[in-house]
Design a protein around this ligand. Structure first.
Ligand code: NAD
Length: 482
């Protein structure tokens, strides 16, 4: 049994109640560890410590902060193998994916903000003819809460923690209770890197208990949250009357729009990834595929053949394309959508959707990737986020028609567009109601760019200076001289 502990004021501690939750490895289906079931009293304790730490950390020089974050980034790289294995055990993702994407991105997050904080600047405004100069001070907010989901555990947690610390705040963080291990290991790294006690505090536990206590606490000045839209709504309802700053990165139902003039092979390779990477459990996955009618039948045949050839296996195997679904309840949720589709005469399951058997791991949560042909965009399958290895596909005739369907969603996180026509890509990029538009690529990220969604995919933007602005409070100072 691997026991995970909270990290508060530089100490590894159980929860005050001494209660624990089970930690399950989805690739085996067995409990392999336990995590503290924290509640309000653990949060109160951490907040007292973070408050003390803030006085010093917010006054350290930029160089000191930058060097500390850089040391954390280096130590993440040095511990790549251990972290990748831990991520794979907790989440069920292929080990090669954790090694090549999740963990390198976690160190990149720290390294990026270690640099960014030394380049961050504030404005001054000279009021000409009035002998007045205004300048903007940007101060750390104080104590901030960072709450993250299970799909990219360390990647998304560090995407919040790194800018929060860079800006001089102290942090109360809560990783997902489903995938807590790399957050625990990160605390060991922070300790080794010399991050002062109380600057980062990691509290484990359930969302409605530990998470809710963070959101409700009056001393927490801002919440940076990534997770489901329903949870985001609840957080907004709690935090808004307290006038906390909020950054909400929520669900998506992203269109993948394929025109007949695309670079076919590149589109096909990328569409396999954008549909099924991380078992389709990436908020940016293109789960609604729209294909121009001229290309539809060819695409359908080729795509289904390529999906059938994907290897579902234990995450540790090098040739595994899809590992395990993160948890049993999530597997059941995904399966319920597929089972409904099977009974719907307007839908056709083209492949997959049944439980996959992986040798030696009969209790693991494995599902064959599923492609479902639908007739209209209004169906439940196209309107609700499933967040698993399930994509729908349908054809379209015109640019106007597909644009209307792409935008006909309560979500607006990202969209992908495949065409060689420059004018069309410019027109559609303007008109697509999503926070990110990828043209002839997918998941291509420059950390300086604003990241976030529109509509029910969230409010606010992460990334680059946007994140440093979020984690600071601007104050205008106006001076008149004679
Ligand atoms: P979730 O909303 O269930 O949980 C996310 C986090 O919030 C967890 O740490 C959970 O413990 C915590 N939480 C739950 N209830 C809470 C409450 N009442 N108060 C405070 N915290 C609470 O989401 P999940 O199932 O872990 O993640 C999947 C979802 O995340 C999907 O909808 C996916 O689209 C979304 N997501 C969005 C992005 C993005 O950038 N927009 C990225 C990744 C995942």
């Amino acid at each position: 049994m691997k026991t995970i502990l909270n990290y508060i004021d530089g100490e590894f501690l159980p929860s005050h109640s001494n209660a624990f939750l089970e930690n399950i490895n989805p690739s085996t289906g067995y409990v392999y560890g336990e995590i503290p079931r924290s509640n309000t009293s653990d949060i109160d304790f951490a907040i007292d410590k973070a408050e003390i730490a803030f006085k010093t950390w917010s006054n350290t020089t930029l160089e000191t902060r930058s060097k500390t974050l850089m040391r954390i980034a280096d130590l993440i790289d040095e511990n790549l193998d251990q972290l990748a294995m831990a991520e794979s055990n907790d989440n069920g993702k292929p080990l090669h994916l954790a090694k090549s994407v999740d963990i390198p991105r976690a160190s990149a997050n720290f390294r990026f903000f270690a640099h960014a904080l030394t380049q961050f600047y504030s404005e001054s405004h000279e009021s000409q003819g009035k002998n007045t100069i205004n300048y903007t001070l940007r101060k750390a907010l104080g104590l901030v809460g960072c709450i993250s989901p299970w799909n990219l555990p360390l990647y998304l947690l560090t995407w919040k923690i790194a800018p929060a610390l860079a800006a001089g705040n102290t942090v109360i963080a809560k990783p997902s209770e489903v995938t807590p291990m790399t957050a625990f290991l990160l605390c060991k790294i922070c300790e080794k890197a010399g991050l002062p006690n109380g600057v980062l505090n990691m509290i484990h536990g359930l969302g409605p208990e530990a998470g809710q206590a963070i959101v409700e606490h009056p001393k927490i000045k801002a919440i940076s949250f990534t997770g489901g839209t329903k949870t985001g709504e609840n957080i907004a309802r709690t935090a808004a009357p307290m006038f906390k700053k909020l950054s909400l990165e929520l669900g998506g139902k992203n269109p993948n729009i394929i025109f007949a003039d695309c670079d076919y092979e590149k589109m096909m390779r990328t569409t396999l990834k954008s549909s099924f990477a991380n078992q389709g459990q990436i908020c940016l996955c293109g789960s609604r595929i729209f294909v121009e009618d001229k290309l539809y039948e060819k695409f359908k045949t080729d795509f289904v053949n390529r999906v059938k050839a994907l290897k579902i296996g234990h995450p540790i195997e090098d040739n595994t394309d899809l590992g395990a679904i993160v948890s049993e309840p999530h597997l059941k949720k995904i399966k319920s959508y597929i089972d409904k589709a099977k009974k719907d005469p307007k839908m056709k399951v083209l492949c997959g959707g049944d439980l996959a058997k992986v040798k030696k791991f009969p209790n693991g949560y494995y599902l064959n990737p599923c492609v479902i042909e639908v007739q209209d965009n209004q169906c439940q399958l196209n309107q609700e986020e499933i967040f698993g290895p399930v994509v729908s596909m349908m054809s379209f005739k015109t640019e106007e028609e597909v644009l209307k369907m792409a935008n006909d969603s309560v979500y607006g996180l990202s969209s992908t567009l495949w065409t060689q026509n420059l004018n069309r890509s410019m027109r559609m990029s303007q008109a697509l109601e999503t926070g990110i538009v990828w043209v002839n690529t997918w998941l291509n990220r420059d950390l300086r760019t604003p990241f976030g969604g529109t509509k029910q995919s969230g409010v606010g933007r992460e990334g680059g200076f946007e994140a440093l602005r979020f984690f600071t409070e601007p104050k205008n100072v106006c001076i008149e001289y004679s």
